[in-house]
Design a protein around this ligand. Structure first.
Ligand code: 0GY
Length: 289
């Protein structure tokens, strides 16, 4: 199959930073192999195969012991590749699925038994059609009793219209990639203020990964790191971090995952804050039971 994405970094550095016991990569993906797990016909990109075995080897190199696999749009609503990886993980991996309002209760139960603890909703222009908000609200009402959360992925320019509707949902909500604010616009940009305002609501969590997506300066992402650091300082109990391997739709400067780990020394310089970010917070959302 012809892919249109760059391959992941062939030889990531071994980080200098030693991660705490039980450290979790709370945002990464498995893609394919396409021969076994075909990509969705409606996808907007075709990634390179990125199987579980390669992710496991990367995690061993980086010092990460647990994994949250996040369903990506290239696999659409077919969560099979993710479920297969979770089933082979020996309990060290959980998942965030994508589905639609037609899903039955028995299928939600099957996803729960398979390690899923949340649903993801996309409002990102380059990934295709927005999730339908009525369907999102209906699904959120059904998954809240399971102890699940919603992961919301949006472009920063959607914040103004999305924030009020997201606030109507009665379950924990995790915002992907620091709300995809443009790091070059600094702390005074309106989107950053709106993101902080949402985070004042205790239902909201935020992923402080995605420096490589919000940067305009490129590696080592000096423009983006202050945003992550500020979120960790202000909301230490509601932040998550992940590599985002294999980095779909990164069009240049494929990240060195070892460098991304080393940025944590600046993002969470206090060891207790780093432990919350990498161990305690993901445990609360994904391994509560
Ligand atoms: C990410 C980011 C991207 C892709 C997806 O669902 C997806 O396909 O999330 C992106 O293109 O920015 O989190 O993997």
């Amino acid at each position: 199959m012809r892919h249109d994405n760059l391959p992941f970094h062939p030889d990531p550095s071994v980080p200098a930073l030693a991660l705490p016991e039980g450290a979790c990569d709370a945002h990464c993906h498995v893609f394919g192999p396409a021969a076994q797990f075909p990509f969705a016909p409606e996808r907007t990109y075709t990634p390179v195969d990125a199987p579980w075995e390669v992710l496991q080897a990367l995690h061993a190199r980086l010092g990460l012991q647990r994994t949250v696999l996040v369903q990506a749009s290239c696999h659409g609503r077919d969560n099979a590749a993710m479920l297969d990886a979770i089933a082979r993980s020996g309990g060290t991996c959980r998942g965030v699925a994508m589905t639609g309002p037609e899903i039955g209760d028995a299928e939600l139960d099957r996803l729960h038994a398979g390690g899923v603890r949340g649903l993801r909703f996309n409002f990102v222009t380059h990934l295709g059609a927005d999730a339908d908000f009525d369907a999102v609200a209906g699904l959120c009402a059904r998954i809240a009793p399971l102890g699940w959360h919603a992961v919301v992925h949006f472009d920063a320019d959607r914040l103004e219209t999305l924030a009020p509707v997201l606030k109507t949902l009665d379950l924990p909500l995790v915002i992907d990639h620091m709300g995809r604010v443009d790091a070059s616009k600094g702390f005074d940009q309106p989107a950053w203020g709106m993101l902080l305002d949402l985070m004042e609501d205790p239902r909201f969590w935020v992923k402080v990964c995605g420096a490589e997506r919000i940067t305009r300066a490129g590696p080592p992402y000096a423009d983006a790191v202050p945003f992550a650091r500020e979120l960790v300082a202000r909301f230490p109990d509601r932040v998550l971090w992940g590599t985002d391997w294999p980095h779909p739709n990164i069009r240049k400067d494929m990240p060195d995952d070892g460098l991304l780990v080393d940025l944590l020394a600046e993002i969470a310089p206090d060891p207790a804050a780093l432990r919350r970010l990498l161990v305690e917070n993901p445990t609360r959302l994904y391994w509560a039971d």
